[in-house]
Design a protein around this ligand. Structure first.
Ligand code: ARG
Length: 457
């Protein structure tokens, strides 16, 4: 097969150069979007009188036949033809002859790849948004099913204050909601037609860009032909959004790994989402959480690769840009698989209520509320903090918990302590008092749960 740009050349391409330059081994997956773009382009060429209608009909028929061949695995992708575009064009010419050679009128592979990638990215965003909805739904279901469970909330991984388990899971709901918002906003920037920019300066043919945009479902057309073929911002944003999803999944993974360790014993992850050890028969390992935490590194790498790829490129298209594909495909595949696995794994998390209840008793988590108690008796908070600090030190020395001291002992630290102090010490009363918007009071958490449901599309 002769090269599509062969006219200017006399000698053959070195085989190593062909191996270096081919992209069809990884961009063949763009075929459905490439063909959609070509169908819209060909129809417009006919409507605008740039190509005879008869030729356009042949092109459309041919493209659909090629699409069928590809779907059935019948197209023999040829690396010598470089990329997905050239392979499809060659297959088209083989099917419909000379008409196929007219498809590339008023178009360049530069605006073609930009269009393919925007069509592809738009579909991936829609898929990711649907998966994020499933994940957010799983988080809400889980929170609702455990709305009465209290566990230690941590700062510095030290016991801080008791919180509702539902409140903890709704924190992740908020993170993934922001992730969804970011992807939805990106969709608007992605949803712009690049075709019509041709190589980079536009085209002299009397094309109708708005017609093509409408056909492809784009909300508008690019404002500058040079930017349109050189811009990869949207792919960088895509990887950046994916990286944040992974960051959130990875934080959750880290917690599930800790929580399922026998040292914590807060949760057990169901058999379908854990694995065993080849040597230690007792082991049940949280491999899914570990793999997701590990795959986060890949996606960060993908983002870094794309940022680095564009930083030194002069306008407009440079062949370097072909290297955008593998990182962005990898980021997309990875983030989609990880979200899906998590959406499925969350219902398989078994909560050990006893372990959480026992942990809530440890670490003097009543201390803040004890200081707040003194504040209600008129002591300045800073002073109350000091008094309760001394009470805690006493407990540490005596090997006792705060609710285990008697009132006589409390009075030694401050005369403001009264019998009613014991009412503020139960975990239930501690969470119940955090009754402001965004707080962990059961009333607030139940309201957040209802709102969360309504926020899922
Ligand atoms: N395979 C190329 C890419 O992915 C398509 C555009 C090639 N354009 C060119 N003038 N070589 O970037």
């Amino acid at each position: 097969m002769s090269k599509l740009w062969g006219g200017r050349f006399e000698g053959r391409t070195d085989a190593l150069v062909e191996a270096l330059g081919e992209s069809v081994s990884f961009d063949a997956r763009l075929a459905p979007w490439d063909i959609r773009g070509s169908l819209a382009h060909a129809k417009m060429l006919g409507e605008c009188g740039i190509l005879p209608k008869g030729e356009v009909r042949k092109i459309l028929r041919g493209l659909k036949a090629v699409e069928k061949d590809i779907a059935a695995g019948r197209l023999a992708w040829d690396p010598a033809l470089e990329d997905v575009h050239t392979n499809i064009e060659a297959a088209l010419v083989e099917k419909v002859g000379d008409a196929g050679k007219r498809l590339h009128t008023g178009r360049s592979r530069n605006d073609q790849i930009a269009t393919d990638m925007r069509l592809w990215a738009r579909d991936q965003i829609d898929a990711i948004l649907a998966l994020l909805d499933a994940l957010r739904g799983a988080l809400v279901d889980f929170a609702e099913a455990h709305v009465d469970v209290i566990l230690p909330g941590f700062t510095h991984l030290q016991h801080a204050q008791p919180v509702l388990l539902a409140h903890h899971f709704l924190a992740y709901f908020e993170m993934f909601s922001r992730d969804a918002e970011r992807f939805a906003q990106l969709r608007e920037r992605v949803n712009v037609l690049s075709l019509g920019s041709a190589a980079m300066a536009g085209t002299p043919y009397p094309i109708d860009r708005k017609m093509v945009a409408k056909d492809l479902g784009f909300a508008g057309v690019s404002a500058n032909s040079m930017d349109a073929v050189a811009d990869r911002d949207y792919l960088i944003e895509f990887c950046s959004n994916a990286a944040l999803v992974m960051a959130h999944l990875s934080r959750m993974s880290e917690e599930l790994i800790l929580w399922s360790s026998p040292s914590f014993g807060f949760v057990e992850i169901g058999d379908a989402f854990t694995t065993g050890s080849s040597i230690m028969p007792q082991k049940k390992n949280p491999d899914v959480a570990e793999l997701v935490r590990g795959k986060t590194a890949r996606v960060y790498g993908d983002l870094t690769a794309l940022l680095t790829l564009v930083k030194g490129l002069p306008l407009t298209y440079n062949r370097d840009l072909q290297e955008d594909k593998e990182p962005v495909f990898d980021a997309s595949d990875t983030v989609q698989r990880c979200i899906e696995v998590y959406a499925n794994m969350i219902p398989a998390i078994i909560v050990n209520r006893e372990a959480m209840a026992a942990a809530v008793k440890e670490g003097f988590m009543e201390a803040t509320d004890l200081a707040d108690y003194l504040v209600t008796r008129g002591m300045p908070f800073r002073e109350a903090h000091g008094v309760v600090g001394r009470v805690v030190r006493h407990c540490v020395e005596q090997g006792k918990r705060l609710p285990e001291l008697d009132i006589k002992t409390y009075k030694r630290f401050s005369q403001l302590f009264g019998e009613d102090l014991f009412q503020v010490l139960s975990p239930e009363s501690i969470v119940k008092r955090r009754d402001n918007p965004g707080g962990t009071a059961p009333r607030r958490v139940r309201a957040s749960l209802r709102k969360a449901r309504a926020r899922i599309r």
